[in-house]
Design a protein around this ligand. Sequence first.
Ligand SMILES: [Zn+2]
Length: 188
Amino acid sequence: MSKLITKIILTVLMIPISNSLGALLGYLFSTNTIYFRPQNNSTWIIMLGKYIFVVAYWVLLWRTSIRWTARRVRLTMVIFTAILLIGALGFWVFRAFPIQAVRFAAYTLDQMIPITWLLATTLIWRETDVERIDRLSQSGTDVISCPTCGYSMNGLETARCPECGAQFTIDALVKAQHRHEQEELSQA
Ligand SMILES: [Zn+2]
């Protein structure tokens, strides 16, 4: 199993694990088995515990695959702060209005917060096209090499290999670079 496959499986398992953790925290900190009880002070521990777990799990899982520019760090902190504030606000409303509709809304919000974190950070952490080209050129492998002889064709302005003389169309040259796609996948 490659590292990337492991990461993807761990990603898929994150929400079920965090829900199990929520249930476990509920068991440990509640005096009864009802998860969302407005009169129960432990509810915020369960919610906060789950959010912190999801944030830490997600950052630890992908930290080495992210290019931590100042902008990404800043946006990540903004999203982290925002979900905590929204969670705190939701919890306050939930405590202040202990009716069924609010309870259901709070439950939905509690489910939405980790998903929002995942969606927002996925978009923030996604590499730009320029970063991708930069990463591939620094990875030690040629971005484009001759499909016939393997000679590096970086920097050429025509699709003719200077080493073996083979002539390609640009699209044929790109399609022939499959092994780089594989190398790229294993680095992701
Ligand atoms: Zn060649």
